[in-house]
Ligand binder design. Structure first.
Ligand code: NAD
Ligand code: ZN
Length: 387
């Protein structure tokens, strides 16, 4: 053993048997089982996962909220960090031993989307909730001891000691960075900060309202604070979130349950007509409507970050857009993962964003069911599981 890794020569090109937390059905407790992980094929990378945390998207996938999420048995998890164990044929930019974070929204670098600076979508490796197998051969790299294939999730499947991902979904991180905190860049923090920086382009002196103060919403607050927003209103039905929020850029708080009138009316009163930017980070249709109505007429911008259950339509009448309010959504905060994340990681290391604050709990991998309960109960922002 070397740094907790099996010696590469022991495993390169071979099937690895290791532990995974498997989801067998919607809402069924995770079962830690031995699984077989195949070697990486052409343009794939096998990663030894060291840390993984739990994002609300894992929670809704576990509960099978959307049709696309109902595929079992499956290895969920998409926010993680680790060390490359081996790489498949043709992978030039990543090598074994590299410190990496997997990204659920990859960047192949070659497709029309990757070549267009206006989007972070990717034809080959972009996020696709319906994808349950590898692009290369349409097969899974995971199987149960008896040989039954186990489905992949969001290009990443990090609730496993080893995972195989497209090389387009692997970002190399400065080996001097703490992998523990870099885990957060794999999803929640990049999504929230990126929404404030890349999508809204929050200006100094502006006003912001954030609906839902989980890791994603708090990351928006960090991003808006770093850009010099002067008023950052945090909206949540769980008042415990305000304590953390105030430590992370939130200047004012609203618990919708404390008011008879709708939240957007409170916000318009507090800001002389509405905020410049609002961010929906709860994935709830009614909340999105409040976020939309809480921005200022003429120039208000609402960014959707929450994942909404289907079938749901936008909760607004087309004529309401004639007020000049704009609505937009983002995956992964608009970051092109492979080209832009290494620089964002550097900025985080310099303290532009305070990553430590997001990790409220740490548990061994075996306690994954406990970690999910912490998120369900609104007690954790991010619980880091040690593999
Ligand atoms: P979380 O569970 O940690 O936080 C959600 C917060 O919303 C909680 O604090 C909860 O109390 C609050 N909330 C619930 N109902 C509310 C209401 N009616 N009004 C105000 N607040 C309310 O979740 P998270 O991990 O921060 O993720 C937030 C959302 O972002 C989820 O929908 C998740 O799936 C989505 N997400 C999207 C992307 C993306 O790329 N767009 C990436 C990551 C997560
Ligand atoms: Zn996520």
């Amino acid at each position: 053993m070397e740094n907790g890794l099996r010696k590469p020569s022991e495993t390169t090109g071979k099937v690895i048997t290791c532990k995974a937390a498997i989801t067998w059905g919607p809402g069924e407790p995770f079962v830690i089982e031995e699984v077989k992980v195949d070697p990486p094929q052409k343009m794939e990378v096998r990663i030894k996962i060291l840390f993984t945390s739990i994002c609300h998207t894992d929670l809704s996938a576990w509960q099978g909220e959307n049709e696309s999420q109902r595929a079992y048995p499956r290895i969920l998890g998409h926010e993680a960090s680790g060390i490359v164990e081996s790489v498949g044929e043709g992978v030039m930019d990543i090598k074994k031993g590299d410190h990496v974070v997997p990204i659920f929204n990859g960047e192949c670098g070659d497709c029309p989307y990757c070549k267009c600076e206006k989007t972070n979508m990717c034809e080959r490796a972009g996020v696709n909730p319906f994808m349950t197998v590898m692009v290369n051969d349409g097969k899974s790299r995971f199987s149960c001891k008896e040989g039954k294939p186990i489905f992949h999730f969001l290009n990443t499947s990090t609730f496993c000691e080893y995972t195989v991902v497209e090389s387009a979904c692997v970002v190399k991180i400065d080996p001097g960075a703490s992998l523990k905190t870099m885990t957060l860049l794999s999803c929640g923090v990049s999504t929230g900060v990126g929404a404030a920086w890349n999508i809204a382009n929050v200006k100094a002196g502006s006003t912001v309202a954030i609906f839902g103060l989980g890791a994603v919403g708090l990351a928006v607050a960090e991003g808006a604070r770093a850009r010099g927003a002067t008023k950052i209103i945090g909206v949540d039905i769980n008042p415990n979130k305000f304590i953390k929020g105030r430590a992370m850029g939130i200047t004012d708080t609203i618990n919708p349950r404390d008011f008879e009138k709708p939240v957007h009316e409170c916000i318009r009163e507090m800001t002389g007509g509405g905020v410049d930017y609002s961010f929906e980070c709860a994935g709830i249709s009614e909340v999105l409507r409040e976020a939309f109505l809480s921005t200022h007429e003429g120039w208000g911008l609402t960014v959707i970050l929450g994942i909404h259950t289907s079938p749901k339509m936008l909760p607004l009448h087309p004529m309401e857009l004639f007020t000049g309010r704009v609505i937009i959504a983002t995956v992964f905060g608009g970051f092109k993962g492979k080209t832009q994340l290494p620089n964002f990681a550097k900025e985080c290391m310099q303290g532009v964003v305070n990553l430590e604050e997001f990790i409220t709990h740490e548990l061994p991998f075996e306690k994954i069911n406990e970690a999910f309960q912490l998120l369900i109960d609104g007690k954790s922002v991010r619980c880091l599981l040690h593999l």
